[in-house]
Design a protein around this ligand. Structure first.
Ligand SMILES: [Zn+2]
Length: 163
């Protein structure tokens, strides 16, 4: 075997091994709940946001935060209002690339939408990213409360609401 052939064979073997490792890790992530370290960080941030809501608005705000594996890829998170129930969904797939971004940016962003629903503001102007939304986002410790992150991350279904 000449040297070039040996090198190419070695390269192919290395690439195959790397591919298998990446494939395996990807599968592990998809088939398992989020790693405990991420859940722990998420809980810390969640508690700090709830504390800020309590301080700023005098509300004990307890809503479910759901790690959702089936959201579209382009959606980081979603705040939903259905029949009077407010929920936040976070895209599980996005945690794989950047858990810190999901926790520090996306979570407060969606909380701000959720609070808007709580205050009875269902404005869909600019995808719900109004000045009031921005103010709430900043008040609860959001780092990036820009109004052009994601324009379709609220779901409002008031039909069937019991009054
Ligand atoms: Zn949004």
């Amino acid at each position: 075997m000449n040297t070039i052939y040996k090198l190419l064979t070695l390269l192919t073997v290395i690439c195959t091994i790397l591919f298998v490792i990446v494939f395996y890790r990807d599968k592990q992530f998809k088939n398992n709940p989020l790693p405990k370290s991420i859940i722990y960080q998420l809980e810390i941030k969640n508690n700090s946001i709830k504390k800020k809501i309590q301080e700023k608005y005098n509300i004990t705000f307890n809503i479910p935060i759901i790690i959702e594996p089936h959201l579209p890829n382009n959606l980081f998170g979603l705040a939903s209002y259905k029949k009077g129930t407010i929920k936040i969904f976070l895209n599980k797939k996005r945690f794989q690339e950047n858990a810190t971004y999901m926790i520090d940016n996306v979570l407060p962003h969606e909380y701000a939408h959720a609070l808007m629903f709580y205050f009875g503001d269902f404005s869909k102007k600019n995808g719900g990213h109004t000045l009031k939304w921005e103010q709430i986002c900043k008040n609860i410790g959001g780092l990036k409360c820009n109004r052009f992150v994601n324009h379709n991350d609220i779901l409002i279904e008031k039909l069937g609401r019991l009054h």
